[in-house]
Design a protein around this ligand. Structure first.
Ligand SMILES: Cc1cc2nc3c(=O)[nH]c(=O)nc-3n(C[C@H](O)[C@H](O)[C@H](O)COP(=O)(O)OP(=O)(O)OC[C@H]3O[C@@H](n4cnc5c(N)ncnc54)[C@H](O)[C@@H]3O)c2cc1C
Length: 404
């Protein structure tokens, strides 16, 4: 077994959160090593599928807003530095029936929560009724009772590009990365001031370790006899579908069509979200919904999407709402949400091993915040202060019992 040099920090898992953290640590001049079991960006975790929604007014909670704002700034800096297009501003529409308290990501009345958040933070937006939405976006076939929140700065980020760009910049600044190497154990050395990371190929030490293992985190915690931590997370298979826009391609291109979150009723799965075409060579309406009923694991998930799943998506959600779209599917991909009971992130030190910071920022809404989170996490790991507040994501809230 080779024993390498000591690092200021080691990042375990180089997906959305790990790549962002590695980049920010490298920007601060830290001696840093990143390790991934695959070769990121890859399509086996939570960060693939061409596009992720980003929006500044975060109905999931005000505490997220500074992170997505910082992410936007970082992605624009990365675009300038690498020449890679990472973020496309398309406008974003969040809509639901006006008289329902339609829930999304664990928050009821998500549209009005989003409007209130935009007002508090001074985020440019418009509130539209059905006629207003139709006038702006005739592609949506509405019931007539909808309320819509339209945010001008919303759009989509390219997850594979963002991860690739952050890893490339980190490496250019001296970060070491090891791919195709699985971390087996993270353990204290001596009095615990140093942490050892043992992989299937080697062993390394560091002052601090960040575990950003995505959907593999629950299993990882279980293997480290942290059943109490493991119990906070469940993994859920989600499916993304791309439908051919055919002769309507121009109507579903960025500039003409926004990203959208469309709630039809009160249930958390009673909705879909979607994107304008992100690839001019293969114009498509990308749509998905969410499910929180069936849990899975990265080892057992069905990664193949049955054509019947895509046919059901079209029949039940798309056909009646986007009449211009035929049912021809171009592709479909499975992906994983790592979900907490309150749908909020967990970013906290492992009790008994404070040199190890566990980072789980998913529950289906983590990508837009990932670059900003990486910025705050790097400061925390290096013991520096940050204007970004990670305290809302401390684990203790999940241990507090509700009264009565
Ligand atoms: C279908 C879908 C749609 C989504 N839509 C949105 C959206 O529109 N907007 C939004 O903001 N968010 C969205 N999200 C959420 C967002 O994509 C996730 O929050 C984010 O990708 C999570 O990144 P991660 O770094 O935690 O996980 P990942 O990117 O999966 O990274 C984890 C990494 O850890 C590595 N790893 C794990 N265990 C080990 C080990 N033992 N040794 C070495 N490496 C290891 C894995 O190989 C992997 O590369 C969506 C998620 C999905 C699945």
């Amino acid at each position: 077994m080779t024993l390498s040099t000591h690092h200021d920090a080691i990042v375990v898992g180089l997906g959305a959160l790990g790549a962002a953290t590695l980049n920010q640590l490298a920007q601060r001049g830290a001696r840093v090593l990143g390790i991934d079991q695959f070769d990121p960006p890859h399509d086996l975790g939570s960060s693939h599928g061409d596009s992720r929604i980003t929006r500044l007014a975060v109905g999931e909670g005000d505490e997220y807003v500074p992170f997505v704002q910082r992410s936007h700034a970082i992605w624009r800096e990365l675009e300038a530095r690498t020449g890679m297009p990472l973020m496309t501003t398309t406008g974003g529409l969040v809509l639901a029936p006006r008289d329902r308290v339609a829930e999304h990501h664990g928050k009821s009345d998500f549209v009005r929560r989003t409007i209130a958040c935009a007002e508090r933070f001074g985020i440019a937006h418009e509130v539209l009724d059905a006629a207003g939405i139709r006038a702006r976006f005739p592609q949506f076939h509405l019931q007539g009772d909808e309320i819509g929140y339209l945010e001008h700065e919303a759009g989509f980020v390219r997850p594979e590009g963002a991860i690739g760009a952050q890893l490339a910049v980190a490496r250019s600044l001296g970060a070491q990365t090891r791919s195709g190497e699985r971390v087996l154990a993270v353990e204290p050395v001596g009095n615990g001031d140093t942490v050892r990371v043992r992989t299937d190929k080697a062993s390394f030490t560091a002052d601090r370790v960040v575990v950003s293992a995505g959907a593999w985190l629950p299993g990882f915690l279980g293997e480290h006899a942290r059943a109490d931590w493991q119990a906070h997370f469940s993994v859920h298979r989600q499916v993304m579908h791309w439908f051919d826009t055919g002769s309507a391609a121009a109507d579903f291109a960025p500039g003409r069509f926004p990203i959208f979150i469309w709630m039809f009723g009160d249930g958390q799965e009673d909705y879909m979200y979607g994107f304008p075409s992100s690839d001019p060579a293969q114009p498509a309406l990308k749509v998905a919904t969410e499910q929180y009923v069936d849990a899975t694991t990265p080892d057992t998930i069905e990664r193949t999407v049955d054509p019947a799943e895509t046919a059901a998506m079209y029949r039940e959600r798309v056909a009646g709402r986007f009449p211009q779209i035929g049912g021809r599917a171009l592709k479909a991909r499975a992906c994983m949400y790592t979900v907490t009971p309150d749908r909020r992130f967990v970013i906290d030190e492992l009790d008994g091993l404070p040199g190890v910071l566990v980072v789980s920022a998913c529950s289906g809404h983590g990508f837009k915040h990932s670059a900003g989170l990486g910025d705050a996490i790097a400061d925390r790991v290096l013991g520096r202060s940050s204007t970004l507040d990670l305290s809302p994501f401390a684990r203790r809230r999940l241990l507090e019992k509700t009264p009565g």
